[in-house]
Design a protein around this ligand. Sequence first.
Ligand code: HEM
Ligand code: HEM
Length: 193
Amino acid sequence: MKKWRLDFRIWHWIHAVVVLGLLGTVFLRKTFLSWRTNSELLTQKLAEIDVEVTSEQAKVLAKAIRAPMWEWHIILGYTLTALIVWRIILFFTESGKQNYLNNKEDTLHKKMVKWGYIMIYMVLVFMSVSGLTIHFHEFLGLSKAIAHDIKEIHELVFNAILIFVPLHIVGIVIAENRAERGIISAMVHGNRK
Ligand code: HEM
Ligand code: HEM
């Protein structure tokens, strides 16, 4: 069973919480705090108390309700960027590189899992760079139209994370129940005597 140094374990769990948090903010933006749904609700409820608002005004109100929640996307986004830098530093440790050393005994499945990790790291780097670019587009001298195009790609690539996370969790639970008993607890206690 693999050994994980304490700093790697702390990195993995903070990273897991941050990525799940980012997915959570997207979920809220697209459901309970969707400006489309809420602007209709606001228009309807305000009409019931004889307050007429235009669709544009209702949109402004709905977006204002969503804003404090969405700030968390940016806060968690900065945190993710810092975690990526931390992960790069961890590549220089035994724990950080053990999955990526050439191991001829690896089965095809193991090789695919490791390539999956490399792919998701590349996706996370893209999400971080594109997210920061959208957020700082004015400072970077980019037009709103370009920022919007980058957002469309940021949103498209987000699907890769949406697929990876459940696959990873289900895969790890299956491994825990089959050939790799203790794989989860190893990421908790590190497996060192
Ligand atoms: C919450 C449930 C989760 C559990 C139980 C879990 C468990 C694990 C375990 C046991 C490993 C080690 C696999 C091995 O032996 O190679 C691992 C690795 C990894 N996990 Fe998770 N994980 C969870 C969530 C996440 C989330 C949300 C992410 C976010 C993308 C994530 C990203 C990763 C990555 C990138 C690796 C590879 C580490 C390396 O570079 O060697 N995990 N996870
Ligand atoms: C796991 C990583 C991330 C995921 C899954 C993710 C997901 C998304 C999604 C799906 C959207 C589109 C929301 C919509 O229009 O309905 C979005 C927008 C955005 N994201 Fe991310 N994101 C991630 C990381 C980041 C990072 C690191 C930043 C940098 C601070 C960031 C900043 C933004 C910004 C500024 C927007 C545009 C919001 C707007 O148009 O008002 N994201 N993100």
